[in-house]
Design a protein around this ligand. Sequence first.
Ligand SMILES: Cc1ncc(C[n+]2csc(CCOP(=O)(O)OP(=O)(O)O)c2C)c(N)n1
Ligand SMILES: [Mg+2]
Length: 355
Amino acid sequence: MAQVLPAERDLRRIIGDGEGLRDGEVEGLTDHDLIELYRSLVLLRTYDERSVVYHSQGRIGTYAIFWGHEAMQAGSVYALAREDWIFPSYRESAIGLLRGMPVSTVLSWWRGHPAGWWNPLEHNVASICVPIATHVPHAAGLAWGKRLRGEPACAIAYFGDGATSEGSFHEGANFAAVMRAPLVLFCNNNQWAISTPLSAQTRAETLADKAVGYGMPGVRVDGGDILAVYEATRDAVARARAGEGPTFIEAVTYRAAPHATADDPSAYIDLARVEEERQRECLGRYEGYLRRAGLLTDEMAASVRAEATQRMREGIAAAEAEPAADVALLFEHAFVDPPASFAADLAELRRILAQ
Ligand SMILES: Cc1ncc(C[n+]2csc(CCOP(=O)(O)OP(=O)(O)O)c2C)c(N)n1
Ligand SMILES: [Mg+2]
């Protein structure tokens, strides 16, 4: 039966600190892989920073910032195969970019425009889930379906520390374990659920301990270490493909940005602690690792960043070029046989909007 061994309570880590703590290596990763991981990290960081600017310019709506969470997203996605399914929460809104989704699609989602809806089959990326943890049973069901069909694909569901207190998390995790569904439960433990700290969320010593109750392995990893995240996810995916069922990964970090653009954390957070975390952010740590390994120069870093910025510029321009959606959309797709009143309601709405 699964147990969280005391040794597993320590955070898995690969990246050193450039001083006393030595850099490790991940077996099987080539220099090319290390640079691809870097590109993903920069793309997500650039997406996030630009989105905060676009929000302040009134070009996108309320936005859930993921600054400092990029290593968890880029590292874990790199461990997946193209046929594996990704179930994101709002915190991973741009994760589809790592599967080739256009920037304009994700920005359109944050603009509340239908161009932001995508067909999940196109990239094997499910819709962005906002109701906390409700996608965990969906991911478990899809993974179980893959197993029943004898297909090798697995699924990964992303959620936060707060989500582990939700009924849907429990249902999904238990179901996946009982059915030995090929699922990776990826918890971004940023230690806050808006203003609720982890200490008020659970009495468990670690979130990974919860895995024991479901009979699955629980692993704790440094969420700011892209290589450790990659390795932990690769192990979990290998278990899933081998028919051994789900794994719970607790990636530990600290939320160093507001929950969203509508939040003011100064009302509840220790800003000195936030500043400390910002100094340890994941992109800088990985750049340090690559530089120490002789794989990254200033010119390369600047060109990867410029390429990502250019993609964002083109993405926002394309999103803003979308014609406004027709209001008929409000009435469509709700009923197979729409009530007769809909036609009159739509006519009324058009009349008001035309005024
Ligand atoms: C079912 C449900 N309840 C409440 C909310 C409101 N809400 C939005 S984000 C959030 C906090 C979630 O925290 P966590 O799971 O730690 O994820 P994080 O935002 O830190 O990534 C809450 C309670 C919601 N979206 N869905
Ligand atoms: Mg959280």
